[in-house]
Design a binder for this molecule. Structure first.
Ligand code: FAD
Length: 349
């Protein structure tokens, strides 16, 4: 039995790969939902809006191969028409044309469609929610993974960001110091970002030949994009706000966001159906304060994460462990494929 810690993209894909080979496993997930940093929420009109991962590109080959394998469609980010740029708070937003850029894509039905498709390949009893792993004990021929309950396996896979396991899980025997030091200083991509989305009855910006794009130096919104669904039958705008706005009371923050968007896109922007937001630094199963200031992507893809420990009883996955595109969905897929392959070829379960 392989115990997988974390039901994000990486943990779920490892599970699916093991399932394909008939290798028994159990996933333990701390949250009451699956998906981790992927979380599509659905507004009044069932409009899918992304609180987490959204875009990928042509270069993300493993992710695109997985979507193809699972028969999941994707579509190009809508960027047609005029965009806005707010350089200063003292002057109105400027209309700009964004020069041709490589296309970016979104998953039809929302990014959680990928998560749910993987989950649906598993048996219900193979994944347990509300199981926060606190302790892992390595014995000669087995591993004990401890939440409020004790689970026994032959191997454990950490499919959670390194900074989280290094700080939140107690290992016995202790993990080697250099592994722990590197893990504690490994940046978790997007851990302190804030995402917001507004859903509408209609994409009024499209009718006005606007792309729905805004780049702003003034804030709170720093980036905003069209977020209609694949069919363009459900309308939304979605983007990021400056992380410092997390300090504000939620009603004040929401008012500031709406005021800014309305000042740029006009009064129609105030006539939204839903306002959604996610402050990732308030999510204990994603964010943890760093002991040292970390640069974006610091130690992401470090070679040490692709080493196994305790005679192959401990394997490390997650997007941050991938050698390429670490931090992104592509990294989570590549890391999961690689980890599953190492388990499958070792023939030890
Ligand atoms: C706001 C935001 C925007 C993003 N935008 C993009 C984008 O546009 N494109 C892109 O490619 N990527 C983007 N990303 C990054 C992308 O979401 C991640 O690379 C990917 O989802 C990571 O998957 P993972 O399985 O490695 O980790 P996670 O998704 O972090 O999954 C880890 C899982 O482990 C669980 N867990 C944590 N601790 C424990 C514990 N002690 N016990 C049990 N379970 C535990 C967590 O709850 C979680 O479910 C974004 C991320 C965020 C937050």
């Amino acid at each position: 039995m392989i115990i997988i810690v974390g039901a994000g993209l990486s943990g779920l894909l490892i599970a699916y790969r093991l399932k394909q080979e008939g290798i028994p496993f159990k996933i333990l997930e701390a949250r009451s939902r699956i998906g981790g940093r992927i979380n599509t929420v659905y507004g009044t009109n069932h409009t899918p809006v992304e609180m987490g991962a959204t875009w990928f590109g042509e270069q993300h080959k493993d992710l695109r191969a997985l979507l193809e394998e699972l028969g999941i469609e994707y579509f190009e980010q809508y960027m047609e028409g005029t965009a806005f740029f707010q350089p200063f708070s003292t002057s109105p937003a400027e209309s700009i044309q964004i020069p041709g850029q490589p296309s970016s894509y979104r998953i039809s039905g929302g990014t959680s469609h990928l998560i749910n498709t993987l989950y649906n390949k598993l048996d219900e009893k193979e994944l347990l929610l509300n199981q926060s792993v606190k302790e892992i004990k390595f014995h000669n021929n087995s591993v004990q993974v401890i939440t409020e309950q004790v689970f026994e396996g032959s191997k454990v896979v950490l499919a959670i960001p390194p900074k989280l396991w290094a700080n939140n899980i107690f290992f016995e025997p202790k993990l080697q110091d250099n592994l722990m030091n590197i893990a504690r200083q490994t940046h978790t991509w997007m851990e302190d970002s804030i995402k917001i989305a507004l859903t509408y009855k209609q994409a009024f910006w499209q009718q006005e030949k606007l792309s729905g794009t805004l780049f702003s130096n003034t804030g709170p919104v720093t980036e905003l994009y069209d977020h209609c669904d694949h069919e363009r039958s459900k309308a939304a705008l979605c983007g990021f706000i400056n992380s410092s706005f997390k300090q504000l009371d939620s009603a004040v923050r929401r008012t500031k966001v709406i005021d800014q968007i309305t000042s740029v896109f006009g009064e129609k922007a105030a006539d939204f159906l839903d306002y959604e937001e996610c402050i990732w630094s308030m999510e204990a199963n994603t964010f943890i304060e760093s002991e040292f200031a970390l640069a974006p992507h610091q130690n992401n893809g470090h070679q040490i994460f692709r080493t196994s420990f305790f005679e192959n009883k401990l394997l490390i996955s997650s997007s941050e462990a991938a050698s390429e595109f670490s931090g992104y969905m592509e990294g989570a897929v590549a890391s999961a494929n690689d980890t599953a392959k190492r388990i499958i070829t070792s023939k030890l379960d």
